[in-house]
Design a protein around this ligand. Sequence first.
Ligand SMILES: Nc1ncnc2c1ncn2[C@@H]1O[C@H](COP(=O)(O)OP(=O)(O)OP(=O)(O)O)[C@@H](O)[C@H]1O
Length: 362
Amino acid sequence: MVLAIHQLQVSYQQQSVLQGVDLNVRESEIVCLLGASGCGKTTLLKAIAGLVSTDSGDIVINQQCVNSDNRQIAPEQRNLGMLFQEYALFPHLNVGENIAYGLRKLSKDARKERVLKMLTLVQLPDIIDKYPHQLSGGQQQRVALARALAYQPNMLLLDEPFSNIDSKVKFELIRQIRDIIKRSGVAAIFVSHSKDEAFAFADTIALMDNGKIQQTGSPKTLYQKPNSPFVARFMGSLNEIQLCHLGKENRIWLQQALHLVKAVDQNACYTTLMIRPENLSRTQTSETLHSKSHSCDLDKLWIQGKVESTTFYGKQITVNVRCHQQLVSFYLDSKQRISVGEEITLYFSSENLLLANHKNSE
Ligand SMILES: Nc1ncnc2c1ncn2[C@@H]1O[C@H](COP(=O)(O)OP(=O)(O)OP(=O)(O)O)[C@@H](O)[C@H]1O
C-alpha cells in the first residue's frame, strides 16, 4: 500500500471539514477524490501533502506515519509530486530548467539525463528551450507533470489538473496524462468535481460529501452498484420513480411484479424505484400492461405512459414519458421514430434496479 489513511479528522478554526476519512491507495493506482465544491477534497489532498495540520487519525505513506502527534513530517520530506493549480511553471525558466528545478542534488549530467527522460515520457522531446508562455495549456500541464515525476516521488497529487483546459482537447489530454502516469508506475490521487473526468482518468473513485467518503470503488461499481441515493444521483442521470405517482394500473402491476422478482427483497415495501435511463427500453409491440401481467417474463418490469417531449442529441434522443404524475426518461437511437403524444410501453430488467434492497430510497 502506498497510502493508508485511517479515521482522519481536519478542522479549520474549530469548524470540522474532514470527519473520519478512510482511504487506501495501492501501488500504481490512480484514485479520484470526486465531489461537489466545498466537500473537502482539496483539504484531504493538502493533509496528505502536509500543507494543513490534522486533528486526529493516521496518514501512512510507504509504511511511515507522517502525522503522528509528536512528529509531523514536513511536506518536502514526504516525497510527493504535486500538481496544484497554484504550482504553475516558473515563467522565467525554460522547460528544461523548470523540470531540473528540484534536481539540484544530482550531477549536471544526471540532471540532464533525467530531464530528457522526462520529456520523452511526456512525449515533448523538442521543447526543452521553450518558455511556458510559448506552450499550449495541455503542453504546460505535461511539462508540470514531467517536473513532478522528475523527483521520482512516492505518489503524485493532482488538484483539478484539467480545470483550465479547453473542453475540446481535455479528454485527449486526460488520456495522454493517464498513459504517462501508468507508464511511470507511480500511484496518483487527483481531485475533481467532474464524474466524466473521473471516469476517464481514475482506476478508483472515492466519492466525497460533507467531509466524508461516501463510497470507494471502481467507476463501474459506483455507477452500477451505488450504496446510497446520493451516490446513484451523483454518478449519472437517474429516474426516481415514485410508485404512488405512477397511476393505478402501472402501480398495481409494478408492485405485483416486484414481489414476484426473486432478485429483490421479498419483504420490502417499495415506494421508489431508481433506474438509469439507458436501462429502459420501448417495446416494439402494442401489447398492453394487462397482457404483460399474464406473461411469465418475470425478469422484466413494464410501465406505460405517453410521450411528453423529445430532445435530439445527434446520436440519440432523450424521451420524456408521462406516467400519470411521474416523468420517466429513456434514450432512443435517433434513427428510430417517436412522436409526442404517442402511447408507449417501457420495460426494464429487475437486475438494473438500483438500491433494490432498500425499503425506500431515502
Ligand atoms: N484555509 C481555510 N480556512 C477556513 N476554511 C477553509 C479553508 N480552506 C477551505 N475551507 C473550507 O473547508 C471546506 C472544504 O474546502 P475544500 O477546499 O477542501 O473543498 P473542495 O471540495 O476542494 O472544494 P472545491 O472543489 O471548491 O475546491 C469548505 O467549506 C471551505 O470553505
